[in-house]
Design a protein around this ligand. Sequence first.
Ligand code: COA
Length: 260
Amino acid sequence: MTYENIRFDKKEGIAIITIDRPSKLNALNSATIKELHNALKEADAAKSIKVIILTGSGEKAFVAGADISEFADFSVAQGERLATEGQAKLFDFVAHLSTPVIAAVNGFALGGGLELAMSAHFRIASENAKMGLPEVSLGVIPGYGGTQRLPQLVGKGRAMEMIMTAGMIDAHQALQYGLVNHVTSLDELMEFTQKIAQKIMRNSSVAIAAAITAINAGYEDGENGFEEEITQFGKCFGTADFQEGTQAFLEKRKANFPGK
Ligand code: COA
């Protein structure tokens, strides 16, 4: 598949998907959202891909938000559709992907940009990163899951303050809040993120997918995370990865997981 608004590189089991509209600070227009959906689907389906890294092109922005020029004249119905489709195609899609997704936040992650980073399974930021949900400064609210995922990650009071003030926090504050797991220099961001990806890749991708499902269940309305954990735990016993993982341990050798 060819892409115009993103770059899609595959390297040693890792797919690096780079949002590539630097002149618009990588703002998410509908074409970019569609391409991201297709690239994520392609990476998830590829047996050889064990981890996906999402990042932004250039040194200034991860993603500076949804593309404001696209929705400035939308009606109520169009606004609702924008959020519904965006959540289904990209934000919920990322959050529920079986392949681990890491956001390497290399600059501004604002509005839809922070919502995209928050949809990823976890985040690593460079020192120049600035994060915020400035939607209320435009007369709208976060519509790509931000009102739900930010409180889950940083707590309700901090999320309320960030959303109400429309302000930005820097990488170190984001680390303190638990919004990102690590902070690196901009130069080291991709190497550091790939090192974490390599640690993930040593493990069973089938078990990791089951863990993602169980963890996510605790955050879904009407689902019982503990019950989902039991189901997923049980399922693991029927997998070739479990056979290999336990056998390798007993034989004192490195596991060679068949994987997804
Ligand atoms: N949607 C559409 N275009 C955007 C954009 C967005 N969310 N964010 C940045 N851009 C565009 C700018 O319009 C500008 O385009 P132009 O050169 O054709 O005029 C280009 O990207 C560069 O941005 P600029 O504002 O000139 O850079 P800056 O360094 O002065 O400011 C920001 C950087 C991030 C502070 C500023 O771009 C900004 O506030 N962006 C909007 C953030 C936002 O509200 N996001 C939430 C949307 S719901």
